[in-house]
Each structure stands twice: as structure tokens, then as C-alpha cells.
Design a binder for this molecule. Structure first.
Ligand code: FSO
Ligand code: SF4
Length: 541
């Protein structure tokens, strides 16, 4: 196996024996093969000039397939094999309608058994592209597409689609099979991936807000009540909504974990009396927090850490693109309905959660809420009481070096505001950093996809201040990344013209030195240094 798609990749260069995330060789290879068959389908779509609107089953299975391969989303070998077989079936049926095309191996290969699957995967993994710069660019596009697919998948669950996004996914995956593309072509494709990343985040924003209302300032309880409870993690709000409906009046409470925290900010979700609070910190804290939670846990998306005991594993359920061997996967019916009764029944037999902290965290500063406060914000900037905004969106992770972000937040001058989204916030959202004239110093817009909100806010400020370039705003970007959703967020920001983004705790292992050089030269991308040096640098820019 070879995988270097996430920030925790072994030695910063690639996992070759077993993933740091816990992914084994077979799962890694099956994921590679799933991507390969997705490329083959894309080639058929592009070469046959298919009407993307008319192939909705393929569209939907395509985004699900890409999502399944995101870091720590799905460790279930059988689920991935089933998805490969499903995609090959869809591919073959579709190919029959497009006879006479000259197609590459990805569009025509067959598998006979598990050995042939693994062989095929080995031949077509990441390292099958020899040139390290071409490989780097192609993989960066693939990882961006994975993030894009995840966001598109959540929007689809709410019934919102943008056919153009599917069209671009096919275009980009088909292009990756084309060996005649130059590095320049692939750089252009990378930026176009960012363009469609903006569309995907906008689509999900529109889906979430049209269904659940605009996020509003909300204080979220981080303590516990005395009822038995279910913990829900991940990003899928439709899963949470269904779970809240099904647990109503059962005596079972629901708590959010990690990236599900922002669900509390939506009027149509916070209205549920049985949505009690948020339990614990970011995704990797699950190792201890699932133990003390005592009840069942539902993963609606990625960021699963392999459970360290059978007892914990037995309490884990998955849905959507997520999966873990030995854990019950809750399937949806043809109307998108999921029956969560096995989780609810289990919860009733479990002890209530053990309290690990008390208090509240405040969030809900997505674009609508911040723009409602625009006059106050603009005034504070004009009067000099706010000197600078720091976008510290992105992910959290296990590495010790991420303590940098807590220290950075703590040491920032008191006349600065942190704009955050994604699970990176858990490094500083309980620090009580105070406020500036009633504006909290940490403004949490929501999940990583709500980085879109931060871009909308920045663009509005540019307009209000009458600036010609977004980079003239007093905004600095110090972003933490972990997995492929952060890659699409980064590409989206680059597409929107934001420059000088600092990215950490380490630069991606999938960037070859030459590709990293292009990002530095064209966009001013930089890594992180010491907290003091970085604060000085940002404040004096
Ligand atoms: Fe975090 Fe995980 Fe949202 Fe990611 S929980 S790391 S960027 O999945 O998706 O922010
Ligand atoms: Fe390694 Fe990350 Fe790939 Fe897992 S997802 S195998 S940790 S690079």
C-alpha cells in the first residue's frame, strides 16, 4: 500500500505498511481500486458526452464512492468491496449504451476474485504515476474531489444537487487518466477544483440553511444530564434530525461530538429538547471520551479511530459513507429514512454519560449572523478596537505539534478576533478569550464546510470597506489541516484569491518540492514557525 493523503501520514511522506489512521493494506488497496473504477466511469461519461442529468444513480454512487475513501471514514473491507462491485456493474451497464469508444483499462477491466482485485489495485495505486510532480498534482486534485464529494453528499441528503459539480468531478477524474496532460494543465485543473469546491460549499450552505434555518448565536452546554444517551459524530445533519425525531419522548438524550457541535446553532435542530449538549472535544479525543460517555455512538461520517476494546466497538454504529468492521451500519431505505431503533434500544440499557466538564461554549457565527452584526464589526475595525481577524479554520489532529494552535490563540493580541470553522476550534474554544465590545474573540461559523461562511464574510467586508483586493483586508489565515475536506477548503480559498495562507502543523506530504514551490510562489502559501515569530509576522504584514 501507499497512501499520503492526510496530515498524519507516516514520517510526513507516506504510509506503506499500515496507515497511522489504522487502515490496513487491504482496505487501502480496495480504496485505490474504488477510485480507479470511478476514473473509468468518468472517462465513459466524458468520451460519450453523456447527459449528466440523466445518470443520477451513477452521480450519487460516484460521490458516495469518493467519500468512502476519505481518511478514517470507512475501515470496512467488505463494504468497500461491495461498492467496487456495484460501481463496476454500473460502469458496464453504462458502457453498453456508449459502444464504439476507445477506452482505457479503468473503463473496461474486470475482476474475478479478491486476488485479482488486489492485483489490480496494486497496479493502479498512487505510485503508478512515476513523475512525482504529476503524481502530486493529480493526487491533490483527487483529494480535493473527495472533499467536494463529501459536501455534495450531505447536500444531496437534504435534496439539493448541482449537476455542474458532478460534471466537473467526471471531467477531473477522466483527466487524471490522460497521460498527455502537462504540469501546467494540472495546475489549472487544481484551481478549477477550487472553483467547484466553492460551488459545493455554497450548495451545502444553501441546503443546510434552507432546511434548518440560519445558524444563530447559541450557547451550548458541555455538561451532562442524568438520562441515558446517544452520542452523534460527523457532519450529516439529516442523520441528526432523524435521530432527534426518533428519540423524542423515549427518555434517551442526544449529545453531539466533534464536528457535530455546530448542529446546535441551527434553529430547526436546537429546538429539540432532547438535544442536550456537546460531549468532549475533537474527533481524536474519542479514545477516552467514548469510554466515559457510556452509551452508543453514531458516526455519520469520517474521523473514526479504531476502537481499542470490544466493549467500545459494540457501542459504535455507522451510517452513510462511514463504516467499521463489526459495527452495525444503519442503511437508509429508498426514501432516505434510517431506522435508529437498535441504537435507541441499546442506549436505554446503558449508564448515563459521566460528566467530564461543565459550562458552555458559544458559536453560531455563520455568514448570516455575522452580517447581522456587520455595523458593530465595521465600527470596531474603524475605531481600531479590532486590529486584525485571524482565520484559524480547519481540522484538529493527534500530533503534539498542534499545541501550537492553542498557544497561538492564547498569545494573540487582545484586539484580534479569531474566525473559525471545522474541528480545529477545539484547540481554543474553551479558553474564554473574552470579547471586544460584546463581539466574542472566537467566532465559530460551524463545520469545516462552513469555511464558506468565512469567505462570504471576508468578501462582504471587502465590499463595505471599498477595497479592490481581498488581501487588503486586515485578515490573516493560519489554517490547520488533517484530511481531504481541508484540501478542498484550501483550494476553494485559493480560487477565491486569498493569498499568504499559512498551513500546518506540517505541509502536505503529497506536495512534491516543485509543486510546493508553485504554491509558495503563486499564492504565498507557508508553513508554521514558532508562535511568537508567526504572531509578529502576521501582525506586521
Ligand atoms: Fe474535522 Fe474530521 Fe470537518 Fe475533517 S472531524 S477533520 S476537515 O473530518 O471534516 O473538520
Ligand atoms: Fe496514512 Fe493518512 Fe492514508 Fe491513513 S489516510 S493511510 S494515516 S496517509
Amino acid at each position: 500500500m501507499f497512501c499520503y493523503q492526510c496530515q498524519e501520514t507516516a514520517k510526513g511522506t507516506g504510509c506503506e505498511v499500515r496507515g497511522v489512521c489504522g487502515k490496513n493494506e487491504e482496505v487501502a488497496k480496495f480504496q485505490d481500486l474504488l477510485i480507479y473504477v470511478c476514473k473509468g466511469i468518468s472517462e465513459i461519461v466524458i468520451k460519450s458526452k453523456a447527459d449528466v442529468k440523466s445518470i443520477s444513480e451513477i452521480n450519487h454512487q460516484m460521490i458516495k464512492s469518493l467519500f468512502i475513501t476519505i481518511t478514517n471514514a470507512n475501515f470496512d473491507e467488505n463494504a468497500i468491496k461491495d461498492q467496487i462491485i456495484k460501481m463496476i456493474g454500473l460502469r458496464n451497464e453504462f458502457r453498453e449504451q456508449a459502444a464504439g469508444l476507445k477506452l482505457s483499462d479503468a473503463a473496461v477491466f474486470e475482476i474475478t476474485d479478491e486476488v485479482s482485485m488486489l492485483d489490480k489495485a496494486t497496479e493502479n495505486g498512487v505510485l503508478s504515476t512515476d513523475n512525482e510532480d504529476i503524481r502530486s498534482l493529480k493526487e491533490m486534485v483527487t483529494y480535493g474531489l473527495k472533499g467536494m464529494a463529501a459536501y455534495t453528499y450531505h447536500a444531496l441528503n437534504i435534496g439539493k444537487e448541482n449537476i455542474e459539480i458532478y460534471g466537473f468531478i467526471y471531467e477531473a477524474l477522466a483527466a487524471e487518466l490522460d497521460d498527455s496532460l502537462s504540469a501546467d494543465d494540472l495546475v489549472a485543473l487544481t484551481l478549477k477544483t477550487g472553483e467547484f469546491g466553492v460551488k459545493a460549499m455554497a450548495l451545502l450552505d444553501e441546503a443546510n440553511t434552507s432546511r434548518y434555518g440560519n445558524p444563530e448565536i447559541t450557547s451550548v452546554n458541555i455538561g451532562v444530564r442524568s438520562n441515558p444517551a446517544i452520542l452523534i459524530s460527523g457532519h450529516d445533519l439529516t442523520d441528526l434530525e432523524q435521530l432527534l425525531e426518533q428519540t423524542k419522548d423515549t427518555g434517551v438524550d442526544v449529545y453531539t461530538h466533534s464536528e457535530m457541535l455546530p448542529a446546535h446553532y441551527y434553529p430547526e435542530l436546537k429546538k429539540y429538547e432532547n438535544l442536550v449538549g456537546n460531549y468532549g472535544g475533537s474527533w481524536w479525543n474519542q479514545i477516552t471520551e467514548f469510554e466515559t460517555f457510556n452509551g452508543p455512538v453514531l458516526f455519520t461520517t469520517n474521523c473514526i479511530v479504531p476502537p481499542k476494546s470490544e466493549e467500545i466497538r459494540a457501542r459504535i454504529f455507522t451510517s452513510g459513507a462511514a463504516g467499521y468492521p463489526g459495527c452495525i451500519h444503519i442503511e437508509e431505505d429508498e426514501n432516505g429514512k434510517k431506522d435508529f431503533s437498535p441504537i435507541i434500544e441499546m442506549a436505554k440499557k446503558c449508564k448515563p454519560p459521566t460528566e467530564i466538564e461543565t459550562g458552555n461554549i458559544v458559536g453560531g457565527f455563520a455568514h448570516n449572523q455575522v452580517l447581522a452584526l456587520a455595523d458593530k464589526v465595521v465600527e470596531a475595525v474603524k475605531s481600531g478596537s479590532i486590529k486584525k481577524f485571524f482565520v484559524m479554520a480547519g481540522c484538529d489532529g493527534r500530533m503534539k505539534s498542534r499545541e501550537y494552535y492553542t498557544e497561538f490563540a492564547e498569545k494573540l493580541p487582545k484586539d484580534t478576533i479569531i474566525l473559525t470553522a471545522g474541528c480545529a476550534k477545539f484547540r481554543y474554544n474553551k479558553l474564554n478569550l473574552g470579547d471586544i465590545g460584546g463581539i466574542p474573540r472566537v467566532l465559530d461559523a460551524g463545520q469545516c464546510n462552513d469555511s464558506y461562511s468565512l469567505a462570504v464574510i471576508a468578501m462582504k467586508l471587502k465590499e463595505v470597506f471599498g477595497l479592490s483586493d481581498i488581501n487588503e483586508l486586515p485578515i490573516a489565515f493560519n489554517i490547520a489541516w488533517y484530511e481531504q475536506k481541508a484540501v478542498i477548503v484550501l483550494l476553494a480559498l485559493l480560487y477565491l484569491g486569498f493569498k499568504n495562507i499559512h498551513l500546518g502543523p506540517t505541509l502536505p506530504g503529497f506536495l512534491s518540492p516543485a509543486v510546493a514551490g508553485v504554491l509558495v510562489e503563486k499564492f504565498g502559501i507557508a508553513g508554521i514557525g514558532s508562535v511568537e515569530d508567526d504572531i509578529n509576522l502576521f501582525m506586521n504584514k
